[in-house]
Design a protein around this ligand. Sequence first.
Ligand code: ZN
Length: 575
Amino acid sequence: MIDGTGARARLADVRLEGDRIVSLAPGLRPAAGETVVEARGRIVAPGFIDLHNHSDRQLFEMPDAATQTGQGITTLVVGVDGGGPLPIGEFLARLDAAPVTVNVATMVGHGKVRTKVMGEDFKRPARPAEIAAMRALVAQGMEEGAFGLSSGLEYDPGYYSTTDELVALAEVAARRGGFYATHIRNEADETLRALAEAMEIGWRARIPVHISHLKLGTVGVWGKTAEALRILHDAARENDVTADWYPYNFWASTTYVLTPSRDFEDRQTWVRALRDVGGPQNVLITDFPKDHSYDDKTLAAVAASKGQDPADVLMDIVRRGNADILGTSMSEADVAAFLRDPLVMVASDGGIQIAHPRGAGTYPRVLGRYARERREVTLATAIKKMTGMPARRLGLADRGLLREGMKADVVVFDPRTVVDRSTATDPQARPAGIEHVFVNGVAVVEAGRPTGARPGRVLRSLPRNVGHGQPLDRPPAHEMRGEDLVEVARPHARVPDVVGVDGQRDPAAAMLQAARPADDDPVSQPALLDHPLQRVEDLLGPLLPAGSLGVAGRAHVEAHEDMALGLGHRPILSE
Ligand SMILES: [Zn+2]
């Protein structure tokens, strides 16, 4: 067994009883009537926890989720990229009433919240009253069990949101113990700036930051893994920062994301977009609703067959309403380098039925190709990135590890044969080597076949009111983590003084001030007025010129670890 902590494999028998793991030890003897699964030569591991999954609607249409359990996923998180269900409570209640195969958790999608408040009039910054309304919706989602706030800043309507808007909403999720998961504003030439913006949001909103599907998606940033990871690691010294990643060098999205520009009539932007992905042969059209004869062809092939320039074909597609595409635009060396980083875990960015093979193959692909064949990481590290790490990110105390007393989400696979078989043309093909999967102690895959059982449960975040004066179940101070202590009780209007927003100070201050009442519930008011982090900001604010903490030129702020956790009063150094 490999327990999900990163510890090496050891020999043990695993006994499940009801929905729990009850014992783990070598030489257990079966009791009368017990079912025995022979796992000699196999690996027994915790079920895989997928932090980035697009199955939210499909769960109701295909509750067996066979492509998910087939690759060993036992818990999936939806509501990602700013999308997903809303209201959260309604969605979760529906799943309570009609359980599916896997456990399901959700985020509150920023884009969904923004659409609900702004409707079709979203191509502009939100007004103060709109931000207040969005904050109320985020608060509601968190109360109803969401694990945090997600954003998708390359997509409508998230694209049009300002950093300040995101900070204002993330603060609300932070107060309730959530984290901020983000599909950053740009995964192409501006990736580094976009990562820095995410770190800034985390720092300002006092919320853990999780980068979704970390990648370097254009020729212009290939090879910059060290720079990207440095941004994460620097921020991780003063905040809780993690990322997830999928094991493919091509992405699935829409023609819109090829260019950061929103001027779709500017031909140069499309010419450049095609150069950025290495040429039109690297763009595979998977679904063009206006003309399905394009489907499963590369943009180069469609252009050749029409005798047109690829950029013109692309502009025509966008004018006629967008197409789903696969873009081969990552360097394999970068992909592997991200996997090796200790802040990075595995997630599929998939779903029950999607056009990308990661929807069925992510986990076996990591185990078979990246761990066994290429030895980019050890098997135990790969498993940790699929189980213990995502469980910790979510704050799940009873899943993600093989331990006595934990929920019995368990995968049994053959480490010699496990591998993905899904491809761009057969994206749902079942992998090899995933033999048995248990969710809450019930077999959902048996000898490689789905059983049809639906033992999945809804997972709700623990109701935590971070910054609450006297939380009922507050852990002792020395056991608290940064996010337990990150309430900021100072007036929001002072935020621009600390972080700098260039020429926008007054509007930003007004906006944040106006946004206050939405969650100024008296319960969360007292607390932490003399909190060390507030002192940090009081000290720091006057030292830094306005704008110096902006995305482009953020000053380097070094805090001792204790200080970042709010546990000490050590000096802050800035340069
Ligand atoms: Zn995304």
